[in-house]
Design a binder for this molecule. Structure first.
Ligand SMILES: [Cu+2]
Length: 163
């Protein structure tokens, strides 16, 4: 009985909710959720945004701590850590809602899914991504005590602007 209900409601979901959603994405011309964007988008000039993890005064905060990105555009987030200790840039839900093209750190380029970046003192990394799913996501540093001290932020993905 329960099994059957679960099955039929799942079928209902697939048919009547998922299909219009897929069509909606298609009509808007947005990037399909988490699939690699088309060649054009992958080569679109990246909009550069900088973030500092802590500062030289060793304050536990992200500077800035509030980010707004537009779905379907390509960004390069330049992360620096000028503080005397290591920090994390952890935004798992945001990362899940985006397509990560690459991370450049030192002489290494990393491709694939990114959930968290660890930056040691006086290091720099560049994260190139395309936000996909709109929403408001939490950012924090997962070093014990840092979130509590205020090393948090928000990342908003706005829906793609209608052209
Ligand atoms: Cu930290």
């Amino acid at each position: 009985m329960i099994k059957q209900f679960v099955f039929s409601s799942h079928k209902l979901f697939t048919r009547w909710l998922l299909l219009p959603l897929v069509l909606w994405f298609g009509l808007l011309g947005s990037v399909p959720a988490l699939a690699a964007p088309t060649g054009d988008l992958a080569r679109q000039p990246a909009i550069e945004v900088a973030v500092s993890l802590g500062n030289t005064a060793n304050e536990l905060k992200f500077i800035p701590n509030n980010f707004e990105f537009e779905a379907g555009r390509r960004y390069k987030l330049v992360l620096t850590n000028p503080s005397p200790q290591k920090h994390y840039f952890t935004a798992k839900d945001f990362a899940d809602a985006s397509w990560s093209q690459k991370v450049d750190a030192g002489n290494v380029e990393i491709k694939g899914a990114i959930h968290e970046l660890e930056l040691r003192s006086n290091t720099k990394a560049e994260w190139v991504f395309v936000p996909v799913r709109s929403g408001t996501y939490q950012l924090r540093c997962t070093i014990p005590g840092h979130t509590e001290a205020g090393m948090i932020g928000t990342i908003t993905i706005k829906p793609a602007a209608e052209v």
